[in-house]
Design a protein around this ligand. Structure first.
Ligand SMILES: [Zn+2]
Length: 264
């Protein structure tokens, strides 16, 4: 796995500024036409204002698009309203608003909800995930908690099959490539396929979120993701499968490894 090809993707619609930074946000509504982004961002570069974040939503079908730009005005003797005026002078810009930082938080209040593809997503930070998974196990015990997590994951796998895999079910390689793209883009894990046939599959997951947040270490940690694989591959392979995690980052291995085996 070539780790150096990937860098963390920081979502740009919210920025947590360092205390000594003077950041300002700009929400710009403009026509979805070639060159408009250049015309708007030029207003910053011409004034020597560095853009520290630029959030441009996917807008393949929209005529008008909203973008969020955060500029760094630290040590720059320039009123951000001057840049706002310049942005408003661009022919394709329909509207632009200046957004003040809220203490150290700069966020675009016009972006809501968050969508990937056609589906709404909610972002759960580490505190949420740790709470759900670790507290759930503490309160209900491993036997109940891990079984419930596995079955929740299983239902996610079934739904994922319906949404993204159904039409490619006969093509295992394509399904594994789609799985890799989705897991990477949703921030779940980077995966690689070690072996794959109709009878069984071995995949490695790097930085799998579920195992990376575990408080308790020393054994294989995945139930939810394991269940997701089981639900998904039971449909892709057309038969119930068992999914076994043989290596895990929570016990010191460099990756989590899963064997997906068709049940006899
Ligand atoms: Zn693991």
């Amino acid at each position: 796995m070539e780790n150096d090809k990937q860098i963390p993707f920081k979502l740009g619609h919210i920025v947590f500024a360092e205390k000594n930074k003077q950041l300002w946000g700009f929400h710009v509504t403009c026509d979805n036409v070639p060159g408009v982004l250049k015309k708007v961002t030029e207003k910053f570069s011409r004034n020597n204002v560095n853009i520290v974040s630029l959030a441009v939503p996917e807008a393949s079908r929209e005529e008008v698009v909203g973008i969020f730009i955060v500029g760094d005005f630290t040590n720059i003797q320039l009123d951000p309203r001057e840049i706002l005026e310049e942005i408003l002078s661009v022919k394709e810009v329909r509207n632009a608003k200046l957004i003040k930082p809220l203490n150290n938080i700069l966020h675009d209040p016009y972006f809501f909800p968050i969508i990937i593809g056609k589906s709404r997503v909610v972002l759960l930070g580490e505190a949420n995930l740790k709470g759900f998974f670790n507290v759930f196990r503490e309160r209900f015990g491993d036997e109940i908690a891990l079984t419930v997590l596995y079955h929740l994951g299983y239902s996610v796998g079934l739904k994922a099959f319906e949404l993204h895999f159904e039409e490619y079910a006969g093509d295992l390689t394509k399904c594994l490539n789609i799985l890799s793209a989705l897991l990477l883009s949703y921030g779940w894990a980077r995966i690689e396929t070690v072996s794959a046939s109709k009878n069984g599959i071995c995949i490695r997951a790097y930085d799998l979120w579920e195992c990376s947040i575990l408080d308790r270490r020393g054994s294989t940690g995945s139930s939810y993701f394991r269940g997701t694989l089981a639900g998904l591959f039971s449909r892709i392979l057309g038969s119930e499968v068992s999914v076994i995690e043989t290596k895990c980052i929570s016990k010191g291995d460099p990756f989590c490894e899963f064997y997906i085996v068709v049940n006899e």
